[in-house]
Design a binder for this molecule. Structure first.
Ligand code: HEC
Ligand code: HEC
Length: 412
């Protein structure tokens, strides 16, 4: 054997011994902090509650380039639910981002215009709390919610509309002409459509038991959830899933760590690489997902490749933290995640005062396109329907309930 071979063999032996040694080391013990200490620990690690009042909301999410006003938010809300912004008027933002269902569509791959699937099999992320993120989209390509809306309207597999056509349609609609006159001095432009939708998205923050715990209520979350929060902070999940939204703040490599066992692994991810999407610049860098409402946004990961939250947590512990969790630890983290389920905060914005539909009673109404351009259904029965309460679960068509909030699908 020549010298070079000897050196290579010794190097391999050293690596194996080193890894073996690491495996034998006892896991670092974690200290389970008690309630008040845990709360302080979380707050000191940038895990903060969502505010309850509009003034505090503005301090956190307002965009100096697109200042929020109640009238702008109301207009954005109307546009968010209006299929008028898709080429054949069947799909609205709300079709894929169902607010009562965790802000996404609960299918692995987004389905848009004419049932076209996202070509990279991308999973719809939640729109809830997205305004808190520093980058938007799985590859982080949009800086904020205003910019992100532009891409989705134009994508052929999403809403498939050109800016010119969108502007033309709104200019032909009396209601929108009046609303744009009030909000944007009559300037109906594609940018202002984005601005209005963005302003509305900035109000879509949710609060859950987790927030009440952070604000001082020790009984708001269970002992298991508290252990989960301890693990989440101390094992390093919070390093990436950080801030008020528990995610959305940075781009990160995934998988970050591979063990010696994975040396022969040819697949890029620990789940099928359906769609072949490899993140920002194909470097396997992804915008860290937001974990608020994570229990409601299955399936998981960029291509929806994992159905169970427990399995997503296991994968994360193994590949991002390098310390595979035990089933009990996984259960505790999932219990903690349940406390991140939240309700939209009813910020006191007084939307209806600025809307065109104020005071219209929709119960039992035979809707014509003109009366209600937010919903493009004929002969629909609506019960207890409140256009500004986003209670889309109450749409009925031919005596059958439509999919919750799914305006597009009701039309089929
Ligand atoms: C066909 C389904 C579909 C429609 C319609 C749709 N989206 Fe999305 N949305 C997606 C998918 C898929 C992604 C992820 C795309 C990516 O990362 O490249 C996404 C991403 C987003 C994000 C980024 C969230 C994050 O955390 O990165 C926001 C916010 C959002 N959409 C809001 C909207 C708005 C506003 C509209 C209407 C103008 C809209 N969506 C229309 C499927 C849809
Ligand atoms: C080094 C950064 C990093 C660390 C540490 C990290 N994550 Fe993640 N996490 C990510 C990235 C990036 C993704 C998205 C990967 C993808 O979809 O391809 C992700 C995805 C997830 C998802 C799926 C989200 C969704 O909407 O599909 C869950 C759940 C999750 N992480 C939980 C955890 C837990 C629990 C821990 C601690 C054990 C943790 N993460 C540690 C970066 C990290």
């Amino acid at each position: 054997m020549n010298n070079i071979a000897k050196i290579i063999l010794s190097a391999i032996a050293i690596v194996i011994i080193f890894y073996g040694f690491l495996l034998l080391l006892p896991k670092p013990k974690i200290t389970y902090f008690k309630d008040n200490a845990l709360r302080e620990y979380a707050l000191n690690h940038n895990l903060t509650p969502v505010p309850t009042d509009y003034k505090s909301l503005l301090k956190i999410v307002d965009n100096p380039n697109n200042p929020m006003t109640p009238a702008k938010i109301a207009l954005g809300k109307q546009l968010f639910f209006d299929p008028i912004l898709s080429l054949d008027k069947t799909i609205a933002c709300a079709s894929c981002h169902i607010l009562e269902e965790g802000g996404d569509d609960n299918i692995p791959t987004a389905i848009g215009y004419h049932d076209r699937a996202n070509p990279k099999h991308l999973n719809s992320p939640t729109v809830l709390n997205a305004a808190l993120a520093k980058r938007q989209f799985w590859n982080g390509s949009a800086p904020d919610v205003e910019a992100q809306a532009a891409g989705l309207m134009q994508a052929p597999f999403e809403m498939n509309i050109t800016p010119k056509e969108a502007v033309k349609r709104l200019k032909e609609d009396e209601g929108y002409v009046a609303a744009f006159a009030k909000v944007f001095d009559g300037n109906i432009s594609f940018l202002n459509i984005q601005n209005a939708i963005g302003a509305y998205e900035r109000t879509l923050l949710t609060r859950g038991d987790y927030d009440r715990f952070l604000e001082g209520d020790n009984n708001a979350i269970s002992a298991s959830a508290k252990r989960g929060l301890n693990l989440f902070i101390q094992k390093g999940c919070k390093g990436c899933h950080t801030g008020m939204s528990l995610g959305g703040q940075s781009m990160q490599l995934f998988p970050l760590r591979r063990s010696l066992m994975d040396i022969f692994e040819t697949e890029p991810f620990p789940f099928p690489n359906k769609g072949g999407f490899l993140g920002e610049n194909d470097k396997k860098r992804f915008r860290v997902p937001i974990l608020r409402n994570i229990t409601k946004t299955a399936p998981y990961f960029h291509n929806g490749g994992v159905k169970e939250l427990e399995e997503a947590v296991r994968i994360m512990s193994k590949y991002q933290v390098g310390d595979e969790f035990t089933p009990k630890e996984i259960k505790d983290v999932v219990e903690f995640f349940k406390t991140l389920e939240g309700e939209l905060v009813p910020y006191d914005i007084n939307l209806s005062a600025n809307s065109n539909f104020e005071g219209i009673n929709l119960t039992g109404m035979d809707l014509s396109h003109k009366d209600l351009h937010a919903i493009n259904l004929k002969n629909a029965n609506l019960t207890n329907y409140n256009l500004f309460g986003t209670n889309l679960s109450a749409i009925w068509r031919d005596g059958k309930p439509c999919l919750k909030g799914s305006i597009g699908k009701c039309n089929q």
